[in-house]
Design a protein around this ligand. Structure first.
Ligand SMILES: NC(=O)c1ccc[n+]([C@@H]2O[C@H](COP(=O)([O-])OP(=O)(O)OC[C@H]3O[C@@H](n4cnc5c(N)ncnc54)[C@H](O)[C@@H]3O)[C@@H](O)[C@H]2O)c1
Length: 395
């Protein structure tokens, strides 16, 4: 098996809690040869090196205490072939993704791919031209509960979808602690809503046609942060079905899990209803109090062979591993070819992956809905139409 080098841009919550543990695990399996990380502050690199000594991280900035352009230096120095993982605030994804594509790296970008249809189209076109793999980490596609809904829907057991209710709400520590620097540039609709928009289109294969969205600013504004507390969107899909999406990030600190979330669909021949927060495997401990525990997302277990090691399992891991494995497959299939043949082979493989993976041709759909939703929200629910090219226009 060919090993691949991996570079991460951004060293925040998702890098520490999910991406790094996954990469260390894949490195142990022999798939990854080196791990580099670029962040704004050197202090973050030092912390990551301390938490993950086994990763042997090469960090940027190397000397300066702070450098918002350290990621550009990383991309200049990074060997080829490599995978670049983008784990920075949502509004920085476009520039970083496009620069990584320009350098001909494969890319795994945290959801959402980007915030506008215009940027999604530029990324789609650039990734096809360079024939690089650009995967958006829509990890809910790997949640077995939602995979089961997709299975029965695609096999015709549910009939046709009529309506859907999805809810996704997180604790206030997200805007108050973790995303304080960038929550005003995002919203619960863009940051959280994107997951269940992608899930609806992944299950049904429909495309969005119209979005009406509203939002409220009360609690965060009172704490000096000009961001939405909660957002609601009505999305009309191409068969006339309607999805109602409810999002917020101001749940009390005492909520027994980070995310309250679930997904319900009414179809002509059946219904699907899942509480994706309460998986009925809950803990009460003196250390953490009462916890609604979701064993399926991303949790440590005892390694089968080495009981001293934590084995991370769940859909948070399997989504990233799927993308790493796809990139390794592309690298293996092209490593002995000359440049022209390799480009042709990559084009062929990527056009096959576009049918089954959240590459830009699929990720553009959730981006179109969040862009339309934001346009509607800032005009107090003015309807926004999505045309056949996913371009949003006020009705
Ligand atoms: N898949 C998931 O479960 C999941 C969960 C949370 C967040 N996310 C997504 O992951 C991304 C990152 O979220 P997070 O929770 O880690 O946020 P965070 O705010 O904790 O971390 C963002 C990181 O980006 C860094 N950064 C900002 N500007 C930079 C620059 N110019 N160069 C290098 N680094 C820079 C920040 O210093 C910080 O380390 C977002 O797109 C978010 O929507 C995904």
């Amino acid at each position: 098996m060919n090993k691949v080098s991996v570079a991460i841009i951004g060293g925040g919550m998702i890098t520490k809690q999910v991406i790094m543990p996954v990469l260390v695990q894949e490195k142990r399996k022999g798939k990854i040869s080196s791990i580099s990380v670029a962040t704004r502050r050197k202090k973050t690199i030092d912390e990551l090196m301390q938490i993950f000594p086994e990763a042997n991280i090469k960090g940027y900035p190397e000397k300066k205490e702070e450098d918002p352009d350290a990621w550009k230096e990383l991309l200049e120095n990074q060997e080829k072939p490599s995978i670049v993982i983008i784990a920075t605030p949502d509004d920085l994804h476009s520039e970083m993704t496009l620069t990584a594509i320009e350098h001909q790296f494969h890319v795994i970008v945290q959801k959402p791919l980007c915030l506008t249809v215009k940027d999604a189209k530029t990324i789609l076109q650039a990734s096809r031209e360079k024939a690089v793999y650009v995967f958006t980490d829509y990890h809910k596609r790997h949640d077995m509960s939602l995979m089961a809904a997709r299975y029965k829907y695609k096999r015709g057991e549910m009939g046709e979808v009529l309506c859907c209710h999805a809810w996704h709400e997180q604790k206030r520590e997200i805007p108050l602690k973790y995303f304080r620097n960038w929550c005003e540039r995002s919203s619960p609709l863009e940051y959280l809503g994107t997951h269940y928009i992608d899930m609806f289109q992944f299950i049904t294969g429909l495309v969005p046609k119209k979005v009406i969205a509203t939002g409220q600013k009360k609690l965060l504004v009172s704490l000096g942060i000009n961001a939405y507390d909660a957002c609601q969107a009505f999305i009309r899909w191409s068969n006339g079905s309607v999805q109602y999406l409810q999002t917020s990030w101001i749940l009390p600190d005492g909520n027994p899990c980070l995310s309250n979330q679930g997904f319900q669909m009414t179809c002509t021949q059946g219904e699907f209803r899942a509480d994706n927060a309460n998986r009925n495997s809950n803990f009460s401990t003196t250390k953490s109090g009462y916890e609604l525990f979701n064993p399926y997302f991303f949790k440590p277990y005892i390694d089968w062979n080495n009981p001293e090691i934590d084995l991370y399992l769940g859909y948070g891991a399997s989504s990233i591993v799927q993308a790493i494995d796809d990139c390794i497959e592309i690298i293996e299939a092209t490593s002995s070819l000359d440049e022209k043949q390799a480009l042709e082979k990559r084009k062929q493989m990527i056009s096959a992956f576009e049918k089954t993976r959240p590459l830009p041709n699929q990720a553009i759909i959730a981006t179109s809905v969040i862009e339309a939703g934001k346009m509607s929200m800032v005009k107090n629910g003015k309807p926004v139409i999505l045309d056949e090219n996913f371009e949003p226009h006020y009705e």
